[in-house]
Design a binder for this molecule. Sequence first.
Ligand code: HEM
Length: 174
Amino acid sequence: MLHWLIAGTVLGLFALGLWMVGLDYYHAWYHRAPELHKGVGVLLLGGMLLRLAWRCGTPQPRLPGTPLQQGLARAMHRVLYGMLFAVIVSGYLVSTADGRPLDVFGLVDLPATLSGIDRQEDIAGVFHKVLATIMIGLTALHALAALKHHLIDHDRTLLRMLSTKPPVNIHRKS
Ligand code: HEM
């Protein structure tokens, strides 16, 4: 459930981000869209921390395929986790570059930590856009690999991600 919730949120934030930077000042969503983008982005950070805690605290289903495929899948998962954190942190650094806290739906103020660096907003903005674009490209590869398991290998890799039943093959950490 966390996987699909996070995947949908990431795709939504990517589309929203691309759309909002092209908005005209007089557009009704000129202020609202970035507020939504930042607020949901911070909630996503909470979701990611929860996912990491869940991952560390529960047994993992065994990965299917050859050792090479398992290694590639594991590497891709790590890269996607790392990039997601980097996209969130760079977005935070754009938003707090002027030293003002980040307002999350008027409920919480996330304080600025690193701010006032020369051209911080521009540099973090370029990182944010480039990392987000690469991450979406890698997500597409990750999804294609899952579809390959389903359509070509005919195994349960994708189905077990959609099922509420526990997977048969559980790998317990020692
Ligand atoms: C997975 C999470 C996220 C994705 C995929 C994402 C994606 C994007 C994209 C594609 C843009 C448009 C960039 C451009 O065309 O210049 C954007 C802009 C922006 N995002 Fe995000 N974003 C995410 C999370 C966040 C977070 C957590 C924050 C802040 C806390 C944030 C703050 C911003 C800001 C301030 C802009 C405007 C940057 C500018 O005008 O240069 N984003 N985002």
